[in-house]
Design a protein around this ligand. Sequence first.
Ligand code: F6R
Length: 618
Amino acid sequence: MCGIFGIITNQEISVGKIALEGIKRLEYRGYDSCGIVTQYSSKLYIKKDAGKIDEIHKKIKLDEFPNGAKLALAHTRWATHGAPTKLNSHPHVDCHNKIAVVHNGILENFIELKEELQSKGHNFISETDTEIIPHLIEDYMENDLDFKNAVAKAIQRCEGAYGVAICHADYPNTIIAVRKESPIVVGIEEGNTSYCASDIPAFLPYTRTCYLLDDDEMAVLKPGSVEFFDVKDSNVPKKKAIQKIEWNIDAAEKGGYEHFMLKEIYEEPSALRRTLKISKDILKTFAKILWSAKNIYITAAGTSFYASLAGKFIITKFLDKYIEAIECSEFQIQLGDALKEDSVIIAISQSGETIDLIEAIRWAKEKLKNRVKVLSITNVVGSTLTRYSDHVILTQAGPEIGVAATKTYCTQVLTLGLVALEIADLRKILPDNEIEKYYDALRSTPDIIEDFLNNDIEILKKIVKNLEKTHNFFFLARGISLATAKEGGLKLKEIACRFIEGYSAAHAKHGPISLVRKDFPIIFIAPPDETYDRLVGNVMEFKARGGKIISLVVKSDKTITDLSDITIRINQPANKYYNLFSPITFIPALQLLAYFYSVDVGLDPDQPQNLAKTVTVH
Ligand code: F6R
């Protein structure tokens, strides 16, 4: 995944500076190289290099371009085709340095197109797939098409996923943006300035008026205005609805926190409170469809998959049907012809752009047409997932910039909790006052987290200080807390670069326990639910082998506390209503543990190595 940004204006402003700020706000999408191009007096001026944006800026002053430039394109890269080098950095240009392109996505047929263009004499200098685009456009323009129609023709030759923005040295008043399966949003400051970007926060300081480009659509940006076309019909403008963004730029800036990750953990209470207000109507729709489904699958990747594990557990409490959780990359291969009509797929994705998930859903839809329903839960309005879904719930986490998913995990589990309680309501399987107790517990999750964040986090810093930094360790749990163990383990893996395994406490006896030596750290996730007594047995087994026992328990806990070297305590009632939603209230402690660990070992938790926020490659 990469981030792209474009600006075109008729104002006396520094487009280089704004482009630089724009890609800084998109750096979560990729951070191994970057570049900016501006146009002035029929020439393109390009600055690019490998490395993080700040490092490159220090070296070559990324925002300094000829005064009077009125358009700029910028790119921050997460390498796919070709190593992160200066030559492979975007923008890429044609043979005559007239056409510049920035691209997010992957072109699947680039080898054959490159061979075709090379045979016509085009000269390529990078290993990227992107470089074919300016050359293709150049080729069509040499055959007498104008800029817009040449772009449309060139894009129709490209297979794969792309969000691209393109400028031409001889067209000072035009930026063209096109999308297929990689997001492009367009922002407009009426009459003055237009923007395009991979994500809204990039231009949010300047405008909240935007358009979401659909697949195979092309936006032709002029200063302060835009026209839309279908790529296949680039002569007839089409109408698109304006979107007004509700949140402001504070939501996408650090606001005094050292890192986005920390800020976003502290935003969990407010994100949950907003998500609690999801409309009853859409929850009812989800509940009814799930109740009448023959088979139910839940699918996602990474953190969203662990949210699915928690959600599946919560929903099955109130629905007498098994829900099969399948990682989205395995969905098609594992289900194959076993996917039958009248199945329902719950698809979960923060970004709504994870390619493995999109492919799984697309495959299911193509296979069974309208006889399969897709219910999706995502945080991004207009994302690709929403286009393939029958019904969508938008979580209200607000923009999540830190690469590690935190607040969005909590809101996903909460949303699934709301769906579960709606099912309970519908099926009348419990007395009303019983259901109300579950609702009370769910509605209390923001307060419980707030209380923890305000009062109890010092213990996490102490644990981090006392941990032997070379150690690997386990997160163990049973039942619903397995999701918490896996998600906690994932957070530490990705941002602290330690091998941490989130595992079933029962299953760990069948092999992994042999790793335990004196002081090997094991974190037990132990809400007082129906698995607690057996978990006590597991704690004793690991303690007997010298393990250092760290437990995550409720405040009133006694038995596991007495067996533990250290406890992290969550201030919530010890009853079944609250236990069911403990995946929401227990996870902030593990997110913060990972955060403090990462900072303690000198890593940048916002930019973990080898990762980008959205995975748009297979
Ligand atoms: C981990 C993380 C990833 C994502 C995964 C799915 O912190 O962020 O594991 O959860 O790539 O992304 P979405 O939810 O956007 O589909």
